[in-house]
Design a protein around this ligand. Structure first.
Ligand code: G6P
Length: 611
């Protein structure tokens, strides 16, 4: 949450920072601001999006080759002009932008107030900027020392970019908990919350670690810890194509990402599936495979859509590898003193690799001796670096806040892990492994076929765009898909929606059904098909409106449901990968027709780096 971009070099900072902030708006978009050094620090900030900031700065002198920019997701203090970042210290010496939460800000604020500081905003950030200034002036120390001393007094999470009114050549970055990447250009440096704003300028980056401080003087970087230990910067070359972070002719990132799924799933299994050799290669797991195969229990953790992928993972791993699996919300897991045995394996699932609750749960599991693996999309993010081993999903950057292609990539990885474990544990025969590998290989082409129904789904969306409630039902592998379908609709259209196991309908939700209630039933052919057919009849008997996801050629449900959307047949364990696609499209079209901002739904952020 919150996006940070900073620049120091020979070019004009303003356009670099503005275009970088636009790439980071998925992290928050309730206010935006920029500070530029031009004969002193000048700050421009306002409530709203980066485009509002552009309007706000029209006609202003925005020149300068050193600057910091921020797009905010509010934690402390409502989104308004005053609470927007950057924040400047009371006497104007220090200006900074911050991603994260200063947990002891109340105590620090009281101390500073006793020393004559007055606060303009309700933010925790203003406490930090004043603390740095207080130490700078009182201690008569350098800017860098003031920053490091102040940070040593802070409890909480921060990604920071800091500039100083007395020093036109200094940019300081610091990280604990919130991500920060340094871009290394030709006599220029960038700081950003992730690599997407940097990639159009340089592909050489340094992923900062917790408690790292980057002291950047023009053309010269020194990396050290908050405790002043010098570090050797590890420059990595990242492989990120600029086209991957553009809309590529689609109206929205979400639609682009839904349509990308045939390709992104191929990218996820490329080089990892071998039907000829009847094998799955997951290089990231080689070193830990023996322990994984012998695990007495696997605990899958995640948040939001990643938690839904984990639920599918439970079904897949228990079915194919016969290892007991538990699925936990990362936020609950970390706060409820869970029982973790040393022979448990914890697998954390996260698109961003930065979700604070998931990171905290990983640390807890590690501290209890469990082996912890990661399934992440963003290369170099915090979770892959915190875990013992893992698998990247390689779905490419996902910009739309509502997750789509990351979900199907996560499920693809979980399917591969389940087959791999099943083979090693001999719970999957060679013959079944070949079938499963071939079936997984067929998924991209089958999703292409589903995408051909886009206009049909759009027409159905038109009929239900004004509904106020939706129910999503599914059994077995389709239950997590029902949850995910309901979440997609809630997130982007603000329609209340609930997902339920179809059989649970009669224990409560059936009371909601009347002739105004659209019920999306995932009813493709699988082992519980007949039971779901009965559930559809129960809905129809109460005049509910049924939109059914059915297998190609199904005639039984077509005769009962009000609307049907077909998906190709595939092995039961992989049907979730197909069934979710029409639900993504349905949510997209409904949200669009309701005039919602599909890519940037209200109150949400893509990367939730606060607990
Ligand atoms: C936020 C996003 C969701 C995402 C969840 C977990 O709530 O809006 O789309 O599923 O965080 O994020 P992660 O990056 O850990 O998968």
């Amino acid at each position: 949450m919150c996006g940070i971009v900073a620049y120091i070099g020979n070019k004009q900072a303003f356009p670099i920072i503005i275009s970088g902030l636009k790439r980071l708006e998925y992290r928050g978009y309730d206010s935006a601001g920029i500070a530029l050094f031009n004969e002193g620090v000048k700050v421009y900030k306002c409530k709203g999006k980066v485009s509002d900031l552009e309007v706000h700065t029209t006609g202003e002198d925005v020149s300068g080759t050193l600057g910091i920019g921020h797009t905010r997701w509010a934690t402390h203090g409502e989104p308004n002009d005053v609470n927007a970042h950057p924040h400047t210290s009371q006497r104007g010496y220090v200006t900074l932008i911050h991603n994260g939460i200063i947990e002891n800000y109340g105590e620090l604020r009281r101390k500073l107030e006793r020393r004559g500081y007055e606060f303009k905003s309700e933010t925790d950030t203003e406490v930090l900027v004043n603390l740095i200034e207080y130490i700078y002036l009182k201690g008569d120390v350098s800017c860098e020392i003031a920053v490091r001393l102040a940070l040593s007094k802070v409890i909480g999470a921060f990604g920071l970019a800091i500039i100083f009114n007395e020093d036109p050549d200094l940019l300081i970055g610091a990280r604990r908990g919130s991500p920060l990447v340094i871009g290394v250009g030709n006599k220029e440096y960038f700081l950003a919350s992730d690599a997407t704003p940097i990639i159009e300028h340089t592909n050489s980056v340094i992923f900062m670690n917790d408690d790292d401080v980057a002291v950047i003087r023009r053309g010269e970087l020194t990396l050290k810890t908050i405790d002043n230990n010098l570090l050797e910067p590890e420059i990595q070359t990242i492989d990120l194509d600029i086209e991957e972070i553009e809309k590529g002719g689609f109206d929205h990132f979400m639609l682009k990402e839904i349509f990308e799924q045939p390709r992104s799933i191929k990218d996820t299994f490329r080089g990892r599936l071998s039907a000829d050799l009847n094998d799955i290669h997951l290089g990231g797991l080689y070193s830990v495979l023996p322990r994984l195969v012998e695990a007495k229990r696997i605990i899958l953790i995640g948040c939001g859509t990643s938690w839904h992928a984990a639920l599918l993972g439970e079904y897949l791993i228990e079915e194919l590898a016969r290892i007991p699996v538990e699925v936990e919300y990362a936020s609950e897991f970390r706060y409820r003193n869970p029982v973790i045995y040393p022979d448990d394996v914890v697998i954390a699932i996260s698109q961003s690799g930065e979700t604070a609750d998931t990171l905290a749960a990983i640390k807890l599991a590690k501290s209890r001796g469990a082996m912890v693996l990661g399934i992440c999309n963003v290369v170099g993010s915090s979770i892959p670096r915190e875990t013992h081993a893992g698998v990247y999903t390689h779905a490419g950057p996902e910009i739309g806040v509502a997750s789509t292609k990351a979900f199907t990539a996560q499920v693809t990885v979980l399917t591969m892990i389940a087959i791999l474990l099943g083979k090693h544990r001999k719970t999957v025969t060679n013959e079944l492994a070949t079938t499963l590998i071939n079936e997984l290989g067929s998924i991209p082409a089958k999703i292409e076929r589903i995408l051909e129904s886009n206009s049909k789904i759009e027409a159905i969306a038109r009929l239900f765009k004004d509904s106020t409630n939706f129910l999503y039902l599914g059994r077995g592998y389709f239950f997590p898909v029902a949850l995910e379908g309901a979440l997609k609709l809630k997130e982007i259209s603000y329609i209340h929606a609930e997902g339920y196991p179809a059989a649970e309908m009669k224990h409560g939700p059936i009371a909601l059904i009347d002739d105004k209630m659209p019920v999306v039933v995932i009813a493709a052919k699988d082992s519980s098909y007949d039971k779901v057919v009965s559930n559809i009849q129960e809905v129809k008997a109460r005049k509910g409106i049924v939109i059914a996801i059915v297998s190609e050629g199904d005639t039984t449900i077509k005769g009962m449901a009000d609307y049907t959307i077909e998906i190709p047949e595939v092995h039961e364990t992989m049907e979730g990968l197909l069934a979710v696609v029409p639900l993504q499209l349905l949510s997209y079209h409904i949200a669009l027709m309701r005039g919602c901002n599909v890519d940037q739904p209200r109150n949400l952020a893509k990367s939730v780096t606060v607990e």
